[in-house]
Design a protein. Structure first.
Length: 205
């Protein structure tokens, strides 16, 4: 017999992905599928880590933010420079490298703690549990981050030498993040592999 957790899981996993990308990142897909195959867990949002250039408009509204470039793999300086050509709209220009992040709902606090312990053992020390009356959410988040403003409106503040340093640093951090992602997957799969699995479940992705 289904309880509220099972109903919520089915509803969440059957919904269309509302992220800007509209799908789960390929590098993190095996881990997401594994977590959702377990009866006591389901994921609500995730990102494998990325490098991006974005324009934040004067009103700073999230739905008005423009992604000029995004990549889940290392990038070249030419790709970044290409994303900065022909700018003629107001707003701040930011260069960012963001780490892996996964939000997973657990059936019980015990299951949430079990997943959290495995994440921390994999090097994701920033992770934690967000508890409410309705559910326990495990937030797994990396620490490899780079974020800096590089321009405003149609003017770039930095020269090619500094941009090259930013790109090299972001690529190095992203590759480290991806290696940690692989360790996270193997640790979680080993630690939770014996837990009950879903007989069948329909994913929107």
């Amino acid at each position: 017999m289904e309880d509220n957790f099972d109903i919520d899981k089915r509803n969440i996993l059957s919904k269309k992905d509302k992220s800007k990308k509209g799908s789960i990142d390929e590098p993190i897909l095996p881990l997401i599928l594994f977590l959702n195959s377990l009866k006591d867990y389901y994921t609500t949002s995730s990102c494998s880590g990325r490098i991006l250039v974005m324009r934040i408009p004067p009103d700073a509204r999230k739905d008005h933010v423009e992604w000029l470039m995004t990549s889940h793999e290392p990038v070249s300086i030419d790709k970044v420079k290409s994303s900065l050509k022909g700018l003629n709209s107001p707003g701040e220009l930011w260069f960012k490298q963001e780490p892996l992040i996964i939000h997973t709902v657990a059936r019980t606090l015990e299951r949430a703690q079990q997943l959290l312990d495995l994440a921390k053992a994999s090097g994701f020390k920033k992770s934690g549990i967000i508890a409410s009356r309705k559910r326990f959410v495990v937030e797994i988040e990396g620490t490899d981050i780079l974020s800096t403003i590089i321009g405003r409106d149609d003017k770039i503040f930095i020269n090619d030498d500094y941009l090259n340093i930013l790109v090299e640093t972001a690529n190095r951090k992203l590759l480290r993040n991806l290696r940690k992602k692989d360790k996270l997957y193997s640790t979680i799969k080993e630690g939770l592999g014996s837990l009950p699995k879903e007989d069948s479940i329909k994913f929107s992705f």
